[in-house]
Write a protein that binds this ligand. Structure first.
Ligand code: NAD
Length: 363
């Protein structure tokens, strides 16, 4: 078995954590008898510096013709002043859209040895094991009209549009219900249906899919996003699968990262239609830690590589269908943490490289 992986390190700590993620991946490949062909591409701010734009066609083509894409992070203060249309983060939005990756899966599972690393009380976070299914290619990050216009009186007007169509909601609802079937069989749909018509439609469509499409064995509840933000840190164990819009998912998963001890711990998988079915069509997916480029610690060698390493595990699971190899990585991370290894964000002293070396020992 030979797999072609597009490796896009990006900016800030992206290249630092990516070096560790690919190292673990190569070790696991050796252990499980498959090979990975890692082809690098530059994206984000690094691509702006080299080519004047955040994503160039050859890199997009590399991503499209790979079995999976492993991504670091993009952006940083250096490029903050640029027009939105050419900012580093645009590359990420374009990749997701061009690859049709509409479902972002963000598991938030607390390794029990880290219960005291969270700023929340141990008794609150202990046992946290939830999955956020975030819609990724619709909503306010893509809706038209958008932009900033000058008004006649000299002031300006900024606008973005939250928009969802029935098919977009249907397909993400299916992803959430199918995921719940393999977990604790509960879906919580997060919206703001008391104020926003677009999420009134969201609630209606999710309820219809639940009722009419054979998900009777799954419990469905609806919750307003403001209440959800509060419940997540009050009693996270009540949640199994959360399904929500692009922006709400973006915000809630950063909040949820606190439950897992640190932002540096959390992986994500972005999948398209083919990633969801049971046929053997190509299951391209994009895998990345949920954190950004962390300019405040970039270049210091102290970033936590676990979010990227666990993203590689998700890649093995969803795109390469190598479940045993995926579990191997997850168990190695668990044992490493259980045995006390900690980077600075978890209150320890290990460097990025030392943390990876520890994980590799347990593979
Ligand atoms: P961030 O996630 O980069 O950092 C937030 C905080 O978490 C910082 O204090 C950082 O040091 C810490 N942190 C993040 N990852 C860590 C890790 N692996 N180990 C230890 N600590 C870690 O968010 P930000 O500061 O709001 O954004 C910085 C830049 O990243 C911005 O340009 C933003 O647009 C971009 N960004 C990119 C992505 C992406 O590429 N997917 C996602 C979010 C933000």
């Amino acid at each position: 078995m030979n797999f072609k992986i597009a490796v896009l390190p990006g900016d800030g700590i992206g290249p630092e954590v990516m070096a560790e993620g690919t190292q673990v991946l190569s070790q696991v490949a050796r252990l499980y008898g498959f090979s990975v062909e890692l082809e690098q591409g530059i994206v984000g701010g690094a691509s702006i510096d080299a080519h004047g734009k955040p994503l160039i066609d050859p890199v997009l083509s590399l991503a499209k013709h790979s079995d999976a894409v492993l991504l670091g992070a993009m952006g940083g203060p250096k490029w903050d002043g640029l027009d939105y249309s050419i900012r580093p983060e645009r590359a990420l939005l374009a990749l997701r859209q061009e690859l049709g990756l509409f479902a972002n899966l963000r598991p938030v599972k607390l390794f029990s040895a880290l219960a005291s690393a969270s700023t929340l009380k141990r008794e609150v976070v202990e046992g946290t094991d939830l999955l956020v299914v975030r819609e990724l290619t619709g909503g306010i990050y893509f809706g038209q009209p958008k932009g900033i216009t000058k008004l006649a009186d000299g002031t300006e007007r900024g606008v973005n549009t939250e928009v969802y169509t029935t098919p977009e909601i249907e397909r993400i609802a299916h992803v959430a219900f199918r995921a719940a079937q393999k977990r604790r069989k509960k879906v919580t749909s997060v919206d703001k249906a008391n104020v926003l018509e677009v999420t009134e439609l969201w609630r209606k469509v999710v309820s219809r899919i639940h009722k009419n499409e054979g998900y009777a064995g799954i419990e469905l509840e609806h919750i307003l996003v403001d209440n959800c933000a509060m419940q997540l840190i009050r009693n996270p164990r009540q949640f199994d699968v959360l399904v929500t819009t692009n922006m709400f998912g973006d915000i809630l998963t950063d909040e949820a990262s606190v439950l897992a001890g640190s932002m540096g711990m959390l992986p994500s998988a972005s999948l398209g239609e083919a990633g969801m079915g049971s046929s053997d069509v190509r299951r391209i997916g994009l895998y990345e830690p949920i954190h950004g480029s962390a300019p405040d610690i970039a270049g210091k060698g102290v970033a936590n590589p676990i979010g990227t390493i666990l993203s590689a595990a998700l890649m093995l699971r969803y795109s390469l269908r190598l479940e045993e190899a995926a579990v191997c990585i997850e168990k190695a991370v668990d044992e490493t943490i259980t045995n006390g290894a900690r980077t600075a964000d978890l209150g320890g002293k290990l460097s990025t490289r030392q943390m990876t070396d520890e994980i590799i020992k347990y593979l």
